[in-house]
Design a protein around this ligand. Structure first.
Ligand code: ADP
Ligand code: MG
Length: 190
């Protein structure tokens, strides 16, 4: 069953809307300095916030810095974080929105695999839904294998259990043996 949060009005009338809790990973490793990457992450966060119903609060993890993984030589370090939004549309509609945000921040749709990019937005989970088609896989298939996703996600949703899974996200992080260099914490408040 889809996990839906009811945004009930505070006066016993009918609910005004239903929204799904959606986790989105943000990454940026293009920009001549850390400040540019931070700007890209903040701009994407602000645009994601505008996709939510009025008065809904976006939840955001700290920002971490990570060494690039499976990227071309000399790729700059990444800034990574995870946010959770409330979303009333469908998963494919959200993918269109996140791709629009990526484009508006200067990301070309055609590029070398894992090339440096001003922003990457990956949909990690969409309530309790599972889906897998040619454009969208939810939960994101790499979610539990990537420290740069798990560490920020654990900061905001340690007890999250993905659909079809039995372990909480915090346990996935404990069991992770990805050989990745530990992340460094860049900013808690941003
Ligand atoms: P990556 O995130 O692996 O660096 P891209 O951002 O270029 O690669 O995404 C490639 C494609 O992955 C997108 O065009 C999109 O259709 C697809 N995709 C599948 N599942 C997801 C998801 N959960 N979130 C975002 N994109 C996804
Ligand atoms: Mg992506």
């Amino acid at each position: 069953m889809t996990c839906r949060m009811c945004l009930a009005s505070n006066n016993h009338s009918a609910p005004i809307s239903v929204a799904t809790r959606v986790g989105i990973a943000l990454g940026s490793n293009l920009g001549s300095n850390l400040g540019n990457r931070l700007c890209n992450i903040k701009a994407a966060r602000d645009m994601l916030g505008k996709l939510m119903p009025a008065d809904a609060q976006l939840i955001q993890a700290p920002i971490y810095q990570s060494a690039p993984l499976d990227c071309p030589p000399d790729s700059p370090d990444f800034l990574n974080t995870v946010v959770e939004i409330l979303y009333t549309g469908l998963p494919h509609e959200l993918l269109k929105q996140t791709q629009k945000i990526e484009s508006s921040l200067g990301r070309d749709r055609i590029y070398q695999k894992n090339a440096p990019r001003p922003i990457d937005l990956d949909i990690l989970y969409f309530g309790n839904q599972s889906l897998n088609d040619e454009v969208l896989t939810i939960p994101h298939p790499e979610l539990t294998r990537r420290r740069f996703v798990l560490e920020p996600l654990v900061a905001i949703r340690p007890d999250l259990v993905l659909p079809g899974d039995s372990m909480i996200i915090a346990e996935h992080l404990q069991h992770l043996d990805s050989g990745e260099v530990p992340l460094s914490l860049v900013k808690v408040d941003w």
